[in-house]
Design a protein around this ligand. Structure first.
Ligand code: NI
Length: 423
């Protein structure tokens, strides 16, 4: 089990830190230890680095081209190169922002991808004053960049109000981690589930996940469909990730993100339902992540060398949970008395949103695909519905070779009108 924090990050090159940390939390429980406070803070610091790099890349590089260049822009320029041409200063800031997150990961874990840092019971080295100061020096500039992104997202959402209302807008339950006072939590805390109207359905420690979360299987998908057991399938489906996390939280514990959070909450009397608001929610979390970096680095214990608790004996079972950028991530291990793994179960972030992404594709296809010919703009809108959820398919599915994507446009009578294939 001791090797799992190094093995499981190989699942993915985008989310390695998330697996590294969810895994080590499961290992803490197997080893029967609670890491020292400084070790938990340092792990959370690395987690914030992952949030910043992933959220910033998603908004500015992956979703940004749709918003800044338009859904119907030529696909040859509807990408990061197009952003560089259209707004070079913004593109540079986006690169710097992502690099800032990656540097936090590298300073702690030696590498930007697949870091070596967390070990069962703590972390493998303390933070130096020099590295702390390096990270702190640039934090306020990064906050400014994210605020610029927030202004762009809000302007776009305001100017495209009709589209936002018509685009993958549906009611659902939501799940995410919160702390005791129901504030946003990305590293610790309890899982909170709310219903379509915002009422709390359940709040439970992640180690009880099997009592609350079931997984439905369909023969047409490589991905499973998690649902809230008490409500059954499909009534118990829910959404996770930025929109869900802000919907289940009552506040954010950093000042700038909380101010923005209040504006987000004012968008709706109940939960905010429109899929395109994922982009706004993601940037509010990005802002929180940099503010949280500052809080952690200002903590008087942060340079302490008390960073690992030794294990006195194995418990044989452990469950670790964090909020990865793409939602709730659960690692569950069982071992024999020597610590050899006998059972492993992962529920990966993107999987929780499987039902929601299918729903979003269905709604957007019905609303925006029409006529007898498939056009690039129509298909891009369908893709953009998925992009709201920022899925990571290398984390969440088992696929081999190239995705065999075939699209068919059929009339109401079922006649084939048009067909496209990935070549
Ligand atoms: Ni991933």
């Amino acid at each position: 089990f001791y090797e799992m924090p190094m093995i499981t990050p190989r699942i993915c090159g985008i989310c390695p830190v998330s697996h590294h940390l969810a895994s080590v939390k499961a290992c803490d429980a197997v080893a029967g230890v609670k890491p020292p406070r400084t070790a938990s803070l340092l792990r959370e610091l690395m987690h914030m680095g992952q949030m910043i790099q992933s959220h910033s890349m998603h908004f500015f590089h992956l979703a940004g081209p749709d918003l800044l260049l338009g859904f119907d822009a030529d696909p040859a320029i509807r990408n990061v190169a197009g952003i560089v041409q259209a707004n070079p200063a913004l593109a540079l800031k986006a690169v710097e922002l992502r690099k800032y997150g990656q540097e936090i990961i590298r300073l702690l874990g030696e590498k930007k991808v697949h870091p070596r840092f967390a070990v069962p019971g703590g972390v493998n080295h303390a933070l130096s004053a020099k590295d702390r100061d390096t990270i702190l020096t640039n934090a306020d500039r990064m906050i400014g960049y994210i605020q610029e992104g927030i202004a762009i997202a809000k302007d776009w959402l305001d100017q495209n109000r009709d589209l936002v209302e018509a685009f993958a807008n549906f009611r659902s339950s939501y799940m995410g981690l919160v702390h005791e006072g129901n504030g946003l939590e990305l590293y610790n805390g309890q899982l909170r589930l709310i219903d379509k109207d915002g009422r709390q359905l359940a709040k439970f420690p992640p180690c009880d996940y099997l009592e609350h979360i079931g997984e439905h299987v369909e023969d047409w998908s490589y991905l499973k469909f998690p649902f809230y057991k008490k409500m059954g399938w499909p009534e118990g489906t829910y959404r996770v990730a930025p929109l869900a996390r802000l919907n289940v939280a009552d506040k954010i514990d950093t000042p700038l993100a909380n101010e923005e959070f209040k504006k987000f909450k004012a968008l709706s009397r109940g939960p905010v339902e429109q899929s395109l608001y994922f982009h706004y929610a993601r940037l509010i979390e990005d802002l929180y992540a940099v503010e949280r970096v500052k809080q952690i680095l200002d903590d008087p214990d942060i340079l302490s060398t008390d960073i690992v608790t030794p294990s006195k004996g194995l418990t044989g079972e452990g469950i670790g949970c964090i909020e990865a950028p793409r939602g709730v991530l659960i690692h569950h291990y069982k071992t024999d008395e020597r610590g050899l793994l006998t059972k492993v179960n992962l529920i990966v972030s993107t999987g929780h949103n499987n039902w929601a992404m299918n729903k979003a594709v269905n709604l957007v296809a019905k609303a925006f695909v029409n006529g007898k010919k498939l056009t690039e703009g129509m298909l891009n809108r369908v893709e953009a519905a998925i992009r709201c959820y920022d899925p990571c398919l290398s984390c969440s599915t088992h696929a081999w070779g190239e995705m065999p994507l075939v699209l068919e446009l059929r009339s109401a009578d079922g006649d084939l009108l048009d067909r496209m294939e990935r070549s």
